[in-house]
Structures are given as structure tokens and as C-alpha cells.
Design a binder for this molecule. Structure first.
Ligand SMILES: Nc1ncnc2c1ncn2[C@@H]1O[C@H](COP(=O)(O)OP(=O)(O)OP(=O)(O)O)[C@@H](O)[C@H]1O
Ligand SMILES: [Mg+2]
Length: 239
């Protein structure tokens, strides 16, 4: 009868709620581990970098060419590791962030981002076109992080020898602001449109395009923290 159906559904709902809550807690715990581990890795890594530098400086001259080469590789690898740890810490920081939501002028945010990326933009002779953007309700720091990662990806993932062309504009979608960052790069196959927002998900080797695969995971977290949405669109027909 109807009564039993409703009771069944209620129980199913209750169970779902419980499972979701357990998942949320497990996730929170995991993010706390990420923070603790990356933080603890930092100190020994600094020491390691110190010793490598000392070896290069104090004994570099006395070493054979091979040994000097190994040391330079070691140095590059510790720097790579340092970058990874910093990315993980940033990811953990954004995950734990409480959004400080206020009215933010997106034009100023994007200006700061372009200033931050100026060497890269100049290095690749990228052409960046920014339309006039609206004010939004959001967290200044989180919005900066989001725009930084999107624009830096837009400049990075182009075919070799191609001058990056990036366009940023906003549209009103049912009273919400949707910001687009469009590029003339290699594109993203449809089946990866969601996956690329997972941490460490990368579609290319480090040799081709450098990076750690944390940027879009940070974008996803930041948008979740602010109660916004994110996504990918591709195809030549959108403006
Ligand atoms: N604009 C883009 N065009 C083509 N592919 C992209 C673009 N943005 C992201 N991707 C793909 O999604 C992957 C994940 O992006 P994400 O920003 O998380 O990592 P990353 O840029 O490789 O490294 P990081 O941002 O941590 O330095 C990229 O490695 C790339 O394969
Ligand atoms: Mg990136």
C-alpha cells in the first residue's frame, strides 16, 4: 500500500543522507591528511635542497662531469617536488576555505591575474582580449585563484609554435554571471570534460606541457566553496 511505499522511500532517503554525511566526513579527513602530509614533507625537502646546494657550491669543481650532471638532475627534481607540495598545500587551503563573499569587480581580479602572468604572456606573445566584466558576489582570493588557473591553462595548452589567443567575457544566465575563458589551443575531448577537474588528472606528458594537474581541482574546490558552478564547453560554434 501507499503507506509502506512512503515509509520505504523515507528510509531510503534517510540512508542516502547518512551515506552522504559519511562521505563528506571521509572527504574532509582525507583533505586534512593532504594538508598534514604536504606540510610535513616540506621541512625534510628544504634540508635536502640545502645539502644539494652545498654539494654543488663546495665540491662542484672537484666532481667529475657525470657527478655534476647527477647533481643538477637532483636539484631539478627537488624543485619539482617543492612545486608539487606547494600545489597540494594550496589545494588543501582552498578546500578548507570559508568563502568571504562580497561584491567583487571581476575586471580588477583579471587585471591582477594578467599582471601575475605577465612574463608568461610576453614569453609566448599571447594575445589576451578581455571584455568589460561585471561585478559578482564572491571571494576575492578564490576568484583570483580560479581566473589564474583558467587563464594560465588557456595560454599553456596550445600547439607548438601557435600564438595563444585568449578571450574572456561574461554572460548573464538567469540572473547569475557566467564567465568564459576561451582559447585557440588543443582543446579537450568531450570524455574528459569532467575528469580534468580531478586532482592529478592530466592528458599530456610533463615533457609536452609542464604542470602537476592540481590547477583545475583547485578551481573546482573554489567554485564549490563559493556555491558556484564550473564546466567545459568546446566546439567552434560558441563565440
Ligand atoms: N585550456 C585547456 N586546453 C586544453 N587542455 C586543457 C586546458 N585546461 C586544462 N586542460 C587539460 O586538463 C588537465 C588538467 O588541468 P590542470 O590545470 O588541473 O593541470 P595542469 O595545468 O596540467 O597543471 P597545474 O595547473 O597544476 O600546473 C591538463 O593537464 C590538460 O590536459
Ligand atoms: Mg593548470
Amino acid at each position: 500500500g501507499a503507506m509502506i511505499d512512503i515509509t520505504d522511500r523515507k528510509m531510503a532517503e534517510e540512508k542516502l543522507k547518512q551515506t552522504l554525511e559519511e562521505l563528506r566526513k571521509a572527504n574532509e579527513e582525507l583533505e586534512a591528511y593532504v594538508h598534514a602530509i604536504s606540510h610535513d614533507l616540506r621541512a625534510p625537502l628544504r634540508n635536502l635542497q640545502g645539502y644539494v646546494s652545498a654539494l654543488v657550491e663546495d665540491y662542484g669543481e672537484k666532481l667529475e662531469e657525470d657527478a655534476r650532471f647527477y647533481l643538477s638532475r637532483l636539484k631539478a627534481l627537488t624543485e619539482k617536488m617543492d612545486g608539487l607540495i606547494n600545489d597540494l598545500l594550496e589545494y588543501a587551503r582552498v578546500s578548507k576555505a570559508k568563502a568571504e563573499v562580497r561584491r567583487v569587480d571581476l575586471n580588477l581580479i583579471v587585471e591582477d591575474v594578467l599582471d601575475y602572468l605577465k612574463d608568461e604572456i610576453r614569453g609566448k606573445s599571447a594575445v589576451i582580449e578581455i571584455e568589460k566584466l561585471p561585478a559578482v558576489k564572491g571571494d576575492r582570493k578564490l576568484l583570483f585563484t580560479v581566473m589564474l588557473n583558467l587563464i594560465s591553462n588557456a595560454i599553456k595548452f596550445v600547439e607548438e609554435g601557435v600564438r595563444p589567443e585568449v578571450k574572456v567575457w561574461a554572460e548573464d544566465v538567469n540572473g547569475k554571471v557566467r564567465v568564459y575563458v576561451k582559447d585557440n589551443g588543443i582543446g579537450i575531448p568531450e570524455e574528459y570534460h569532467e575528469k580534468i577537474f580531478n586532482i592529478f588528472e592530466r592528458l599530456h606528458g610533463e615533457e609536452v606541457y609542464p604542470g602537476t594537474g592540481v590547477g583545475l581541482a583547485i578551481v573546482k574546490k573554489a567554485m564549490e566553496v563559493m556555491g558556484g558552478r564550473y564546466g567545459v564547453r568546446s566546439g567552434i560554434y560558441f563565440r
